[in-house]
Design a protein around this ligand. Structure first.
Ligand code: NAD
Ligand code: LMR
Length: 342
């Protein structure tokens, strides 16, 4: 048996090798902006992005309280320089030169609300922020977190089209939290190593439009149909589970910050030329007849490199796919109509 001291030295050596591995990729200057950075998601997301060595400049924007958040996060001794910006007058400066813009700005749900109930407030917020993105950093990759994602992504696309800056390869609805949840719930039920679990989640980001493909989950576990149905429902209702547990104090923030940081990191890896970066995301798509759809996406130096197909589906998943289409279609159309009628 090795001594505790020897074990801790070995652990340290392994950790520093891992850091060296991370850093063997060339790390160019990358500016990441977070819009809504003082909020429930924005603050932990700012922390996680400050820990990411792929970021050289971290720009934190909100309508209030960003100087404090920026001062706090800026004391962490990692690579990126941090700056806080407040209010419309500073939005341009916050965005200029950004490679990736993450948007968690907007109101969250309270118990009894659907994500679509947020549309009236968040649609306007997203529209004005995207108008500024088109002006100040038209080539940035946009990670849309604000709900309802099934509508806010189409709104962003319309705003960019009007500004003639739309690049479908650079607009992403962040559905990573659905994947994170599906992995966690599957690992628990299948009793497999959570670190090895993969589960694609397709469709959109609300209720039945969230379709985890447990038939493709790895490691394989051959769970009975009843378990698959229960896991599917829990993944679809994951957001509501948190909203109810928080009892009026908002929706998922910490797990969302984790998921948002994972997805933004995947975008940065793609930009930096790291090969084989694949994540699920809600993007412009021809995978189904719907103009936007979440599926596995290969990320590269221009954003989306390839939108991957669904792969073989079980009968239960085929049914789920057909069932979600009317709701997803109407949420997409609602976003497009809003963007063009205001
Ligand atoms: P929050 O209320 O805690 O924070 C939102 C922040 O946005 C606030 O700091 C607010 O000042 C800011 N804001 C409002 N208008 C703004 C504007 N015009 N410009 C910049 N900032 C502005 O809410 P939260 O819990 O952080 O959630 C934010 C959004 O993310 C909600 O719409 C929520 O539904 C959504 N969400 C999405 C997912 C997902 O999986 N995609 C998961 C969780 C939450
Ligand atoms: C989630 O899935 O947690 C978010 O979309 C927030 C919500 O309203 O459920």
């Amino acid at each position: 048996m090795s001594s505790p001291l020897f074990r801790s030295v070995k652990t340290l050596a392994a950790k520093s090798a891992a850091v060296r591995g991370f850093c063997s990729e060339s790390l160019p200057e990358r500016k990441v902006a977070i819009l809504g950075a003082a909020g429930g998601i924005g603050q932990p997301l700012a922390l996680l992005m400050k820990l990411n060595p792929r970021v050289s400049r971290l720009s934190l924007y909100d309508i209030a309280n960003t100087p404090g958040v920026a001062a706090d996060v800026s004391h962490i001794n990692t690579r990126s320089e941090v700056a806080g910006y407040v209010g419309d007058d500073q939005l341009g400066q916050a965005l200029e030169g950004s490679d990736v813009v993450i948007i968690p700005a907007g109101v969250p749900r309270k118990p009894g609300m659907t994500r679509d109930d947020l549309f009236n407030i968040n649609a306007g917020i997203v529209k004005s922020l995207c108008t500024a993105i088109a002006k100040y950093c038209p080539h940035a990759i946009v990670n849309m977190i604000s709900n309802p994602v099934n509508s806010t992504v189409p709104i962003a696309a319309e705003v960019f089209k009007k500004a003639r800056t739309y690049d479908e390869k650079k607009l992403f609805g962040v559905t990573t939290l659905d994947v994170v949840r599906a992995k966690t719930f599957y690992a628990g039920k299948a009793n497999v190593n959570i670190a090895e679990v993969n589960v694609p989640v397709v469709g959109g980001h609300a209720g039945v439009t969230i379709l985890p493909l447990f038939s493709q989950a790895t490691p394989k576990a051959n769970l009975p149909d009843e378990d698959i149905k229960a896991l599917t429902k829990r993944t679809q209702d994951g957001g509501t589970e948190v909203v109810e547990a928080k009892a009026g104090k908002g929706s998922a923030t910490l797990s969302m910050a984790y998921a948002g940081a994972l997805f933004a990191d995947a975008c940065l890896k793609g930009l930096n030329g790291v090969p084989d970066v694949v994540e699920c995301s809600f993007v412009q798509s021809t995978v189904t007849e719907l103009p936007f759809f979440a599926s596995k996406v290969r990320l590269g130096q221009n954003g989306v490199e390839e939108v991957l197909g669904l792969g073989p589906l079980s009968d239960y998943e085929k049914e789920g796919l057909e069932k979600m289409k009317p709701e997803l279609k109407s949420s997409i159309e609602k976003g497009i109509k809003f963007a063009n009628s205001n």
